[in-house]
Write a protein that binds this ligand. Sequence first.
Ligand code: CA
Length: 239
Amino acid sequence: MRVLLIEDDNAIAEPLAEGLGRYGFAVDRVGTGAAALAAPVPDMVLLDLGLPDMDGIDVCRTLRSCSRVPIIMITARGDETDRVVGLELGADDYLSKPFGLRELVARMRAVTRRARLTDTISPGMPSGGGTGPTSTPQCVGVLLIDRRTRRVHLAEVQVALAPKEFDLLALLAEDPGAVYSRQHILDTVWDPNYFGPTKTLDVHIAALRRKLGNPTWIETVRGVGFRLTVSAGGGEDHR
Ligand code: CA
């Protein structure tokens, strides 16, 4: 089982990851909400609510908007409001610091059992892990890209894209951060061996940037092509 541990405090994250490893969990660690949302959807999420770049509650909401992956919130905040809001947003369980490793593992197992049961009763949205990019909407930062319905949501608001604009975004989102060459984009989104004016591509990039509202998300790599670098925090870049 692949566990994504979202915790900025190394003093907690390190022994926790090590301990869970002893129980047979494969743990990926990230220290920010942005890194968590950019990571592949795991089988289980352990989410610290106090993160340096964004509120853990927002991470929970965004994760839940595109996946049924089990989420256990972990926090030092003793605030009942957080617990209630988190659970209403779809977190599966809640653990207050300090807690013991054995208690956490017991909760993880219980949540996994419940998730399997729910999947059996109401199959539909996959619980994450092993799902193809065409069937599951993909979260890239605050963007939600649904290739099946060809819809894009930006912080839960739908963005109206022209067909080629969608194809272009979907291609760049296949591997966020990776550089896609102009020729590869033209070959894939337009036609193989595209011979038309390459300005077409620039026009579509410009339109996409305008519609997404943050020009920095589609970065021009001079002399090569473009890459997608969506931040998790909305309009501003929080990195
Ligand atoms: Ca923290």
